[in-house]
Design a protein around this ligand. Structure first.
Ligand SMILES: [Zn+2]
Length: 503
């Protein structure tokens, strides 16, 4: 008899400081797919669901496809949104009859109007149906704010080991291999989690250069070779969440006989995160530095890539702040491509006017004008489209994405990809699908803090990460935490990583 394995995805990185609630409509814009319709959508892709689809074939499982839900990071999920997605997955588990295992693709930093720990609540609900005897294993984003509840109800939590995240497929394959061993009775995995009294750490998980996160992962790799240690996952955490569980953590999946060793492994990892808490590779600079680099690079090969990291929609940024665009206009920089500005109203205005028309625009800056108001300018409508494309990768290779109705607007020497669905600029197709070749531009602006590097670093002449005053500011003193566990580093005078650790 083939093993019956339920597979589901629920992804969201919730920025609780965002004023924009996350609704079912936001999920539909990315994907909200019920049941086995998730299979054709992700077959051949390099994300976690693609990994599970291939694993089902590899191990000959009888799959129960519960559904897949993913939305661009934004504010708390509405009650209706959360309950609909939860009920889709939990309902599938109830209907499935006897199950032998559950494999999930979770983010680990979802917050709803009613749940500070949505993934913990989902895992608990699933456990309530299937009991404690079958393996329930989940992949997590490297930026999960993982919780003791998640660890209690999972047999393993397996986080990405790359940032940019290009190993979703591999992590799902790792989950599936562990589940298969458990199904065959060769393993009995359990999971433990430790979380230091730290709001941020592990260099926010950056793996593009040698340093702390790569060192941590090398240690995790070595620990995983020990007998009885199945998985050692490092979650860097997602800072912009006012919940008790925000911050880095370490999850260890282990065999019952290795429990003491697993605790020692987790403690060793946590100690290193704590000792090296001041190490950061982030290099935010003022917009004026980007303008100076743009002017200095005129005529040189390859674009200057300006990363507008504090308005990164991948961290809940509004995707519509304008200070970088305004500065480029003011400085009369030419041969620029900006991707993207979220402004569905201006897109509709452009659609009405048609390609070739010149229109007076009031672009972007609408969500929170205190972060820089709209750009007022004359713009030529260069191209209109439905904004859909298939990612080239390496991140999300093969996955279909939609920016919604999209207009390319030219302001002076600047092409602005103006969109109707918020989306982080990860893939070159954000521009290529709009008739713009970023490799031929002098300056390319991306709304991203780190993920853009996978596709854009290879074409960039230079990269400048700017702080434009967006919601994802690295200055955490701007954030007002009310639910966070305290005391916590670096907000409070903490000398002990175990201070205030929740039991
Ligand atoms: Zn992440």
């Amino acid at each position: 008899m083939a093993y019956r394995v339920l597979i589901a995805q629920f992804m969201h990185e919730t920025n609780t400081f965002s004023k924009l609630p996350t609704t079912l409509e936001d999920y539909r814009k990315r994907w909200l797919i019920e049941g086995e319709a998730m299979v054709p959508r992700f077959t051949g892709t390099r994300n976690e669901v693609g990994g599970y689809i291939d694993s089902v074939k590899k191990y000959g499982w009888q799959p129960v496809w519960a559904g897949a839900a993913n939305a661009t990071p934004s504010g708390k999920l509405t009650k209706e949104c959360w309950e609909t997605i939860r009920d889709m997955i939990v309902g599938a588990a109830k209907k499935a009859g006897k199950l032998d295992a559950i494999c999930l693709s979770l983010h680990g930093a979802a917050v709803t109007e009613t749940e500070d720990d949505a993934e913990g609540a989902l895992l608990e609900a699933l456990r309530g149906i299937v009991g404690t005897d079958i393996p329930v294993v989940a992949t997590l984003d490297l930026h999960a704010n993982a919780t003791l509840k998640m660890a209690k109800h999972a047999n393993a939590l397996v986080s990405y080991r790359t940032y940019p995240h290009i190993d979703g497929y591999e992590r799902a394959a790792q989950v599936a291999a562990l589940v298969q061993e458990a199904l065959e009775g060769r393993k009995k995995p359990r999971c433990l989690l430790v979380q230091p009294a730290m709001l941020e750490g592990a260099d926010h998980g950056r793996t593009t250069q040698p340093g702390l996160m790569r060192d941590l992962l090398a240690r995790a790799d070595a620990f995983e070779k020990e007998p009885g240690i199945n998985v050692v996952s490092v979650q860097a955490g997602f800072t912009w969440a006012d919940i008790p569980y925000t911050g880095p953590s370490v999850a260890v999946s282990y065999e019952p006989e290795a429990e003491a060793r697993a605790k020692a492994v987790a403690a060793a990892m946590l100690d290193e995160i704590w000792k090296r808490r001041n190490e950061s590779s982030s290099d935010y600079r003022p917009i004026s530095d980007a303008i100076a680099a743009a002017k200095a690079g005129v005529g040189k090969d390859g674009p200057l890539v300006v990363a507008d990291g504090t308005d990164n929609p991948g961290g809940g940024g509004y995707n519509d702040t304008t200070p970088v665009l305004q500065a480029l206009i003011d400085a009369k920089v030419e041969n620029v491509a900006v991707g993207t500005i979220f402004d569905p109203g201006t897109v509709q205005q452009a659609i009405k006017a048609g390609v070739g028309a010149t229109i007076d625009i009031v672009l972007g800056g609408h969500t929170d004008p205190s972060m820089g108001g709209p750009v007022k300018a004359k713009a030529l409508v260069r191209m209109l489209s439905d904004g859909s494309f298939k990612n080239d990768g390496p991140m999300n290779a093969g996955v279909e994405t939609s920016m919604g109705p999209t207009a390319v607007l030219r302001i002076g020497g600047i092409d602005v990809v103006t969109i109707s669905n918020r989306i982080q600029t990860i893939d070159l197709q954000v521009f290529l699908s709009q008739g713009i070749d970023p490799r031929t531009k002098s300056v390319v602006v991306v709304k991203s803090v780190q993920h853009f590097r996978a596709a854009y670093a290879p074409i960039a002449r230079e990269i400048v990460l700017v702080d434009s005053g967006g919601i994802c500011s690295p200055d955490i003193t701007r954030l007002k935490f009310t639910k966070l566990r305290r005391p916590i580093w670096p907000l409070d005078g903490v000398n002990d990583p175990y201070a205030g650790v929740r039991a």
